[in-house]
Design a protein around this ligand. Structure first.
Ligand code: NAG
Ligand code: NAG
Length: 193
């Protein structure tokens, strides 16, 4: 009786292993993240968006295409990088990244949503795999005026800092300059002898 249960358990285990192998043949599997690299989001200023593609599958992903339709031309100016990027091949356990730059035309809250991803999981896959990237989520785009106000106060801080550090740079220079002169005079007078 106990033996029967043991064999049944082994058989069940083998069956699940086989089923799992059938479900997951040798294929590519991509994890795609979308990140906003800026610290501040400001109206009319560059926002850098980075897409990272990581292949956790066992074979290369082919014909990878990342399409981001979330930056509507009414709301964003496209500055650089393709909004529709193609990567021919992503090898297993390899990261590939793609970067774009956009500028928001308006300020206020904006929900940064995911990009769409298409790829071929194996060389002979009949259909393309559809996936989505992660979504950065909602962010606050501040108006240029508010940003400029905040930034100009930092410019004053910087100016004050520069003025305070000037003497500490000027003094060593003066010392160096006077000792250089003294040395040159000594060198000249010793040559005469
Ligand atoms: C690729 O990126 C993932 C996620 O960011 C990271 O965990 C992994 O270590 C990276 N692998 C390589 C080979 O750079
Ligand atoms: C942002 O958009 C996503 C996807 O459409 C949605 O699930 C989420 O609730 C939205 N977030 C906010 C704060 O509106």
């Amino acid at each position: 009786m106990k033996f029967h249960i043991f064999y049944l358990a082994i058989a069940a285990l083998l069956a699940t292993i086989c089923a799992e192998e059938e479900l997951q043949p040798e294929a590519a599997r991509l994890l795609v993240s979308k990140h906003i690299l800026n610290k501040y989001l400001v109206e009319n200023m560059d926002i850098i968006v980075k897409y990272s593609v990581y292949n956790v599958g066992s074979v290369a992903a082919l014909e990878v295409e990342i399409t981001d339709n979330s930056f509507h031309p009414d709301h964003f100016t496209h500055v650089s990088g393709e909004l529709n990027a193609r990567i021919d091949r992503v090898a297993p356990f390899t990261n590939v990244s793609h970067t774009i730059v956009v500028r928001p035309k308006k300020f206020g809250y904006f929900n940064f949503t995911s990009a769409e991803v298409l790829y071929r999981r194996t060389e002979d896959a009949p259909r393309l795999q559809v996936a989505v990237s992660s979504a950065p989520g909602e962010g606050l785009i501040v108006s240029y005026r508010d940003y400029a106000k905040k930034f100009s106060s930092h410019v004053i801080d910087w100016a004050a800092f520069a003025v305070m550090t000037l003497p500490s740079l000027a003094i060593p220079f003066a010392l160096w300059f006077s000792s250089k002169n003294k040395y040159e005079k000594l060198a000249k007078s010793s040559k005469k002898h």
